[in-house]
Design a protein around this ligand. Structure first.
Ligand SMILES: [Zn+2]
Length: 403
């Protein structure tokens, strides 16, 4: 009898493990195959047909309504997230697919254009992918919450996303990753049609790794090669990075000569290229939405968007910037299933201190001026994570202020 039980359990284990991963693989494959040219063409054509739609214009309002109604028609809960910065007003359109936990993954793009351009590529192409993702993923369920976001105010200075990321940061939301698509529909040459640029900062390269794994696993279905870049700050993912979150930016390989011009129209968008990029982005999103997150480290001191004097916060700032006079007291918070062995604290890439017990913190007494990067890396038994913050620091008297 015992032998029999043992055999059954063993068989169950053998069949269970490969089965889980192949279920996941089938789910992703099914999702990839649902991405289609017709829908993407329809979305992008509809957006460009509103004409140029800079933030604040009537056309921009109409594009927002179009996106809102599409999200709604997929059965998602949808909200306008209104913002006002430097006398400009706008709203983001945010759709949510609730998960089983409170971790969130985001796919985003911007729906505003510049004043002279119908914006089919910049960024009708990205918005089309966000809508496609919403339409498909709304029929599945995932471990983490998935958000589909169309930002405005991007062309004026990432205003919509800055507002969104600031609120998320202040509310302590746990965003695992943002996938931003901005200009992903231009390809003329064979090479341009086979490659996609992804830019990421150090803390976010794991997301590019995940996308790369997708291109390898589903090479036949997607047919794209990823060109990795250091972070390009010029799109909405940057707002997430500014608040200590992680995100990557998808950008077409070839430079688009119609960029910000009246010729940025649907005729100049390569729909089959856009479809490939969309497959990659949606599959990566779906993969992350079910992925186990073993550790998240966040620098909680100094706060983002604050001024410090002698180690104490003296005021909040409207921007994400952190300005420190005197010593810098860095402290991290860690969410992990793992035991934390140590946290390393870096200053401009140089290791300055190690803390091996909670609370994990370090005081930088270094003489410094202007902009510097503080980075913390936490190590567990089986996992690690990085977080960084750029600070503007003025510290000329470390021996007096280091207490
Ligand atoms: Zn853009």
């Amino acid at each position: 009898m015992q032998k029999y039980v043992f055999v059954v359990v063993t068989l169950l284990l053998i069949s269970y493990y490969p089965c889980v991963s192949s279920n996941q693989e089938n789910k992703i494959l099914e999702i990839i195959n649902e991405v289609n040219e017709d829908s993407l063409y329809y979305y992008d054509k509809t957006i460009q047909d509103f004409g140029p739609h800079p933030t604040g214009s009537e056309a921009c309002q109409k594009v927002a309504e179009f996106i809102y109604n599409e999200f709604k028609s997929y059965g998602l809960s949808v909200e306008y997230d209104e913002w006002k910065i430097n006398r400009l007003e706008g709203k983001n359109v945010v759709a949510t697919l609730p998960g089983k936990d409170n971790y969130t993954v985001i796919i985003s793009a911007h729906y505003d254009s510049v004043a002279v351009s119908p914006g089919a590529d910049d960024d009708g192409s990205g918005i089309s992918c966000v809508l496609m993702a919403a339409k498909i993923l709304s029929r599945y369920s995932f471990q983490h919450t998935v958000k589909f976001i169309a930002f405005s105010g991007e062309e004026e200075g990432l205003y919509g996303s800055a507002h969104y990321a600031r609120n998320a940061y202040e509310n302590g939301e746990i965003i695992i990753a943002d996938l931003q698509l901005d200009g992903v529909g231009h390809a003329v040459s064979k090479e341009g049609g086979d490659k996609i640029r992804i830019s990421a900062n150090d803390a976010s390269t794991w997301i590019t790794d995940a996308a790369e794994e997708i291109t390898e696993r589903y090479g036949e279905e997607i047919g794209l090669k990823i060109m990795r870049h250091r972070n390009f700050p010029g799109s909405d993912h940057q707002s997430f990075l500014n608040y200590g979150y992680e995100g990557i930016f998808f950008l077409e390989y070839e430079f688009n000569p119609y960029y910000h011009s009246p010729q940025d129209t649907i005729e100049n968008v390569n729909i089959s290229y856009l479809t490939k990029v969309c497959k990659l982005a949606v599959a990566t999103l779906a993969e992350l939405a079910d992925e186990d997150v073993p550790m998240i480290v966040r620098i909680v001191e100094p706060e983002r968007g604050a001024i410090y004097f002698g180690g104490k916060k003296i005021m909040d700032l409207e921007s994400y910037k952190t300005i420190v006079f005197g010593k810098t007291h860095a402290k991290v918070e860690i969410m992990a299933k793992d035991n934390i062995k140590r946290v390393e604290f870096y200053f401009d890439g140089e290791l300055r201190g190690v803390d091996d017990e909670a609370p994990f913190e370090y005081v930088y007494g270094k003489i410094a001026a202007f902009n510097h990067m503080i980075k913390a890396i936490a190590y567990g038994e089986n996992s690690e994570d990085i977080n960084e913050i750029e600070i503007t620091v003025f510290n000329f008297l470390p021996k007096y202020w280091l207490s």
